[in-house]
Design a protein around this ligand. Structure first.
Ligand SMILES: Cc1ncc(COP(=O)(O)O)c(C=O)c1O
Ligand SMILES: N[C@@H](CCOP(=O)(O)O)C(=O)O
Length: 525
């Protein structure tokens, strides 16, 4: 096929189905940068994207229409299916992603398995270039950080079925001052997964799950609604994505155990909200029972589809470092799906040749809800669920995590570590981070405490490139910050509190407090 006929055959930018190297996977060709093609809105003329300006969009077309016009007619070579998690090599049990199944025949967890042989037809340079070419665009659905990796997420879904808020592509913040001032580190980063559509990393998984539900409903599968148990972030993401797609959502929340900002999210998005007199683990048990009786699709991370979206945050970190792996990635853990999602994202990048090694993972838990930490400390012997106590890191107040097996597997594979944080430690860490220009949630405070401890022990070196995953926006947890800064927390010194100074509306009084403040600043500098 000549290069010009290739341009004419391809109507989709950087579509691997028509990529010139696809049928010639010799190493030298595979190293070439993919040739991107574009076309006019009537789909006729194609030119290399790097030398042309895209023709103006027809105003009556939406970006979905544009995607439909440019859609490839070639057979999609990529696929994925459910298999039992960590199945023995001789297992043949598998399920189509169009089946409604959350557990294996033996009652174990499931995993989404991709056809790695098909993905390996393209080398690491190909995938790196493809993913890089999609960042920062408004092309449907690749403007999403999740769907820009569609071939590795849900390769078979029709773009028309995708429900996306262009989530992902979250900023990787160089924590220069925090690293220098508190940890003597020069290469510390915070991946702000909470600066997102509903304010937490849950958007990454929920776009995938709700898109698949949208597809199932179009296939007339019996799904009347989607349900979850939640500590506040899963419920917010579920209700927002369902509302965008016009799908009913049902959320089970532990009464009085989530923040006001989190509670109002599903209410505003029109979800059916049940406030249940229990803790998260109690709500989780109930939603599992209910979804096995009623045609309500289960949206918690027990459902392995969610993790396919969440793993893209790991891929994004590598991408943001120009495809270099950091030494450490620290993730706060509760129901424990996310730590496995990070491992899976990193591992796929290694297996498909985008990077040559993966980072070591640290999972950080609140000491008041630390079943994984205790399991790790026991040498991975005999896991014991617990009743979690109240913690300011309320979204990880979980004692019986559904993904315990996934987390243990991930941590063992990458020589990972588990750490814990007391209430005072996590609140101090959050205040310290905020004082250097961040505005993080208490869960990120748990992760930063783990970093403090590992630096002190000499496990993490001053020059180690380290990423702390910030899982939710601080604005969802302002009450905890108010309590801390007003020193209203019993038995907590609140060492880094910064309460407002009350002063009379009088010039002299204002000058006095300002002079005293500026004097103390001079002493500090
Ligand atoms: C803000 C926040 N951080 C961390 C976590 C922990 O994630 P996972 O349950 O996947 O361990 C959750 C949810 O559990 C969360 O909502
Ligand atoms: N923090 C979570 C707890 C449930 O986790 P999931 O990932 O299994 O949905 C929440 O916000 O509900």
């Amino acid at each position: 096929m000549s290069s010009s006929s290739l341009f004419n055959a391809s109507l989709s930018p950087l579509n691997p189905n028509q990529h010139p190297i696809r049928r010639h996977p010799s190493p030298s060709l595979l190293r070439h940068r993919p040739v991107a093609v574009s076309c006019t809105s009537d789909g006729n003329t194609t030119t290399p994207i790097e030398t042309s300006v895209k023709p103006p969009r027809r105003t009556e077309n939406t970006i979905r229409d544009d995607a439909r016009l440019h859609r490839s007619t070639a057979v999609n070579p990529f696929s994925a299916r459910y298999v039992p998690f960590n199945a023995p090599p001789n297992s043949s049990e598998h399920y189509s992603l169009d089946e409604i199944v959350y557990r294996s025949r033996s009652g174990g967890l499931l995993d989404v398995e991709h056809d790695m042989d098909a993905l390996k037809h393209f080398d690491g340079a190909y995938w790196r270039d493809l993913f890089d070419s999609r960042v920062g665009k408004s092309t449907w659905p690749y403007g999403s950080g999740v769907w820009s990796k569609k071939e590795w997420v849900l390769p078979e879904i029709d773009d028309d079925d995708i429900v996306s808020a262009f989530e992902g592509n979250s900023n990787l913040f160089w924590a220069e001052r925090f690293g220098k001032q508190f940890l003597e580190m020069n290469d510390l980063w915070v991946k702000h997964c909470g600066i997102s559509h509903t304010g937490s990393f849950k958007d990454l998984g929920m776009t995938v799950l709700v898109s698949q539900v949208n597809r199932l409903r179009k296939m007339n599968r019996p799904v009347v609604g989607v349900g979850c148990a939640s500590t506040g972030d899963t419920s917010a993401a579920l209700s927002a994505y369902c509302a965008a797609a016009g799908i009913p959502s049902i959320v089970f929340l532990p009464a009085n155990k989530i923040s006001m900002a989190q509670l109002v999210q599903p209410i505003a998005n029109g979800a059916f909200v049940l406030s249940i007199d229990s803790d998260f683990d109690g709500c989780m048990k109930l939603i599992r029972e209910v979804t096995s009786e009623l045609p309500i699709y289960l949206a918690n991370s027990l459902n392995s589809l969610r993790l396919e979206g969440q793993k893209t945050a790991a891929i994004e970190i590598l991408q943001q470092f120009d495809w270099q792996a950091p030494e450490w990635v620290i993730v706060p853990g509760g129901n424990l799906g996310n730590i496995y999602a990070f491992y899976k994202g990193f591992k796929m990048c290694q297996e498909l040749g985008l990077v040559d090694r993966i980072p070591r993972l640290v999972c950080a838990q609140a000491a008041n809800a630390n079943p994984l930490y205790l399991h790790y400390k026991s040498g991975w012997k005999d896991f014991k669920p617990m009743t979690a106590s109240t913690t300011f890191a309320s979204a990880i107040q979980i004692g019986d995590p559904v993904s315990i097996d996934r987390a243990v597997y991930a941590l063992k594979q990458c020589d990972g570590i588990v750490e814990e944080a007391t209430e005072e430690e996590l609140m101090d860490a959050m205040a310290q981070a905020d004082s250097t220009g961040m505005f993080i949630c208490p869960h990120t405070g748990v992760a930063l405490t783990a970093l403090f401890k590992l630096r002190k022990q000499g496990v993490i070196a001053p020059t180690d490139r380290t990423v702390v995953v910030s899982t939710a926006h601080g604005l969802k947890f302002t009450q905890s910050k108010v309590d801390y800064h007003s020193k209203a927390i019993p038995d907590m010194a609140c060492r880094f509190s910064n309460p407002p100074v009350e002063v009379k509306a009088d010039f002299g009084a204002v000058m006095d407090v300002l002079k005293s403040y500026l004097g103390s600043q001079k002493l500090r500098s």
